[in-house]
Design a protein around this ligand. Sequence first.
Ligand code: ADP
Ligand code: MG
Length: 476
Amino acid sequence: MKKDHEIVWDKCLKVIKDNISLQSYKTWFEPIVPIKFKDSVLTIQVPSHFFYEWLEENYVSLLKKVIKKEIGSEGRLEYSIVMENNASNSSPYTVKLPTTNKRSVKNSPVSVPLVASEKSIRNPFVIPGLKKVNVDSNLNPAYSFENFIEGDCNRLARSAGYAVANNPGGTAFNPLLIYGGVGLGKTHLAHAIGIDIKNKFPNKTVLYVSSEKFAHQFIDAIKNSTTNDFIHFYQMMDVLIIDDVQFFAGKERTQDVFFHIFNHLHQSGKQLVLTSDKPPVEMQGMEQRLLSRFKWGLSADLQAPSLETRIAILEKKMYGNGIDLPPEVVEYLAYSINTNIREMEGALTSLLAQASLNKKAITLDLAKQMIDKFVKNTAREVSIDYIQKVVCDYFDLPIELLKSKTRKREVVQARQIAMYFSKKMTKSSLANIGAHCGGKDHATVLHACRTVNNLSETDKQFRSYLEDLEKKLTIQ
Ligand code: ADP
Ligand code: MG
């Protein structure tokens, strides 16, 4: 049996749902719990003071109308925000009332009589002591803009980062989400933005934190019943940089608390910088409401750098460390490791270590021996079967279709792409590749390779398929 307050609130929700977007409804109304209906006063429980403020600012006229419609003109709405210090409190974010506030009642929900006319009590929960504090920004000075080599692969992300650093919170790039594969410079760029802001605006509170650390701190805060302190701490930042947000996937409560911190900061014009190993559309296990916020600002990707950029990065790194290597060695290194800058730097370091241990000069031969070992350890040999699997997964086709004789357009194209990569990445003969792909002959494979080459020169979309696939095939 539904209780009165539930019935009334359900009716209200129906009207509300028809009047706002589904997204807003889910974000701002689904989390509300009706708790009491007495003397025409409906009491609803909201998860945080921020939530309450948001409702009041954005939905007060809608709420007033709905209450009038469903309860009558004498109807009133009260908010209940659960107090902290209540062990059984299920809400992860609670509001600490200012200690000076006479209204403070321990261990019981506090009701805030709403409705717009009562402006005097609006926002009674200004948190005291939210003054500037000295926060260690956790920034690594080596990861500066000066040390971040610009290339086509990172131009957009770098210039957006630079714009953000010149005017934190004041550009359309909020949040700025930097995404890209492993070792392509996300962390470096995120630090560079923070460092530059600190230089330009020394009074701004900047914090860099990995998502992992954030999540652990949050768990600790729950254990120690200090979630308020946790939230307040993060809400104090002028610039919050969170690295590898994909780590939040599947962690609902962490996402929840981050969502609230995000909203608070964003609404107060503070800057958020996030990094992730994939674009928002591909993040799984992430709440929709968070993903939609990630898209509010700018998502900029980091691609694998070109050979020239890789060489420039190596040269910068050598220069920084006072090392000199023959150009052919640098080139060979940049040639051999092409998808992951961290790995390339790792190879450089081992090369130097090797050379100094053995007291040998670094010649191209030594470099080759070393790097080949390095590359072999990290790169897996690809087979035709593996290529076919990756291509089919990518286009969402069953592998049997690829190996069949069907001439359906999408299948033909996927088959040609698989042949093209098989030719490019394996040592198999054309005839052998054809045999694997639905019993075709070597001429068909050759034709496929030409078609793919031609298309990749003329069709941008097609080229991006190829690039994606190539990345998938080489990163493994
Ligand atoms: P990610 O966070 O994307 O995995 P990192 O930011 O940790 O990658 O970068 C890996 C390494 O590559 C770091 O040592 C970083 O300094 C270096 N690096 C990446 N991109 C660049 C660049 N454009 N210029 C100079 N160094 C770079
Ligand atoms: Mg990183």
